[in-house]
Design a protein around this ligand. Structure first.
Ligand code: CMP
Length: 120
């Protein structure tokens, strides 16, 4: 496996719950490094651009409302096989289906408010 960099967002529900540290710890314990991080509120325009692939989905408005509802943590994670590792640590999109111990199983509240986003 080669060294990769992958993008991660700690979503507003997780920031509100005060579990930024716990989530970062899970990434670090799995051997991923936080190569960059920024706490910020995403603008509606940026958020719509970021999730453009979901524009036609019925949940698009709800997704953008939620993702712009409060601060998020934008991060670059780096390490061997970071894309796959990040997916494994996050768990399935629906927290109810996420494997025990994964971030979404522990901190996700619903499919929309699922604590973290990850992209390759
Ligand atoms: P994320 O990894 O951020 O990528 C797209 C997001 O859309 C996804 O996580 C979910 O939070 C959200 N999403 C997917 N399906 C639904 C749904 N049925 N209802 C609400 N949000 C959804």
């Amino acid at each position: 496996m080669s060294k990769e960099v992958t993008f991660s967002i700690i979503k507003p529900n997780a920031v509100k719950k005060g579990v930024i540290g716990n989530i970062i710890e899970q990434f670090e314990n799995a051997g991923l490094k936080i190569a960059a991080a920024k706490l910020t509120v995403i603008s509606r325009k940026k958020c719509e651009e970021f999730y453009a692939e979901h524009k036609e989905r019925p949940f698009f408005g709800e997704l953008v409302d939620f993702m712009t509802s409060g601060p998020v943590v934008l991060m670059a994670l780096s390490g061997e096989g970071a894309v796959l590792k990040n997916r494994e640590i996050m768990g399935a999109t629906d927290p109810k289906k996420a494997a025990p111990g994964t971030i979404r199983a522990k901190h996700g509240d619903s499919v929309g408010e699922n604590a973290v986003h990850g992209s390759g």
